[in-house]
Design a protein around this ligand. Structure first.
Ligand SMILES: Cc1cc2nc3c(=O)[nH]c(=O)nc-3n(C[C@H](O)[C@H](O)[C@H](O)COP(=O)(O)O)c2cc1C
Length: 189
């Protein structure tokens, strides 16, 4: 059974981001996956302090000095077979909660631990405005994942103009992701 962590961020429990997340999880569970949801807005997450001269103690230890929910979430991600990252689009970027978590994760993982290297991921950006911001949001997310050595299987842009079409499709997309993780797939970077 594949263990999948679904990391998502939006303050709204019934918005576009939550709908996308719920649809995708339906597909993951239909394929027999064990899903752990991580709703970043409900977690206690400080922002990176850039300790010391800016490189931080995490550069040497791989652990963040801040005593909040970061460590437990990091462990869940390290234990997962696959990770789905879903953010609402704010200012053509991921949400503030997402950014705070992602910055700290990159520092621990990319510079020291490499627990997340080679994880195969899915990215989703959900926007209610023009929708153009999903591209930049997805690019930013992928840049961080690449720093950590993770790989993106698919990048999905969900906007108010395509949601009627895309939301129903996300269920089968979730099932296909598990199939890909189980049966392997080529990935050229
Ligand atoms: C602070 C803020 C910034 C936003 N910036 C953008 C943006 O740059 N591009 C866009 O298409 N939508 C933008 N939006 C709209 C959100 O993407 C939209 O509300 C989306 O539905 C959020 O997901 P939710 O339904 O899960 O809350 C912004 C919304 C907020 C609150």
């Amino acid at each position: 059974m594949k263990k999948i962590a679904v990391v998502w961020s939006s303050p709204n429990l019934d918005g576009l981001t939550a709908s996308a997340k719920n649809q995708y999880i339906k597909g993951l569970e239909a394929a027999g996956a064990e899903v752990t949801e991580i709703h970043l807005n409900r977690k206690k997450l400080e922002h990176c302090r850039a300790c010391g001269n800016g490189w931080g103690t995490c550069n040497k230890t791989g652990a963040c000095v801040l005593p909040d929910d970061f460590g437990d979430i990091y462990q869940t991600l390290a234990d997962a077979d696959g990770i789905v990252w879903i953010s609402a689009v704010y200012w053509s970027d991921m949400t503030e909660a997402f950014k705070a978590f992602f910055d700290r994760l990159r520092r621990c993982d990319a510079t020291q631990n490499h627990f997340l290297r080679d994880k195969r991921c899915i990215l989703m950006a959900c926007a209610g405005g023009t929708g153009r911001g999903t591209l930049e949001c997805l690019t930013q997310l992928e840049r961080g994942l690449t720093h950590m050595g993770m790989r993106t299987l698919d990048r999905i842009s969900i906007i108010r103009y395509n949601k009627d079409l895309i939301l129903p499709m996300l269920e089968s997309a979730g099932t296909r992701y598990i199939d890909a993780l189980e049966n392997g797939f080529d990935m050229y970077y």
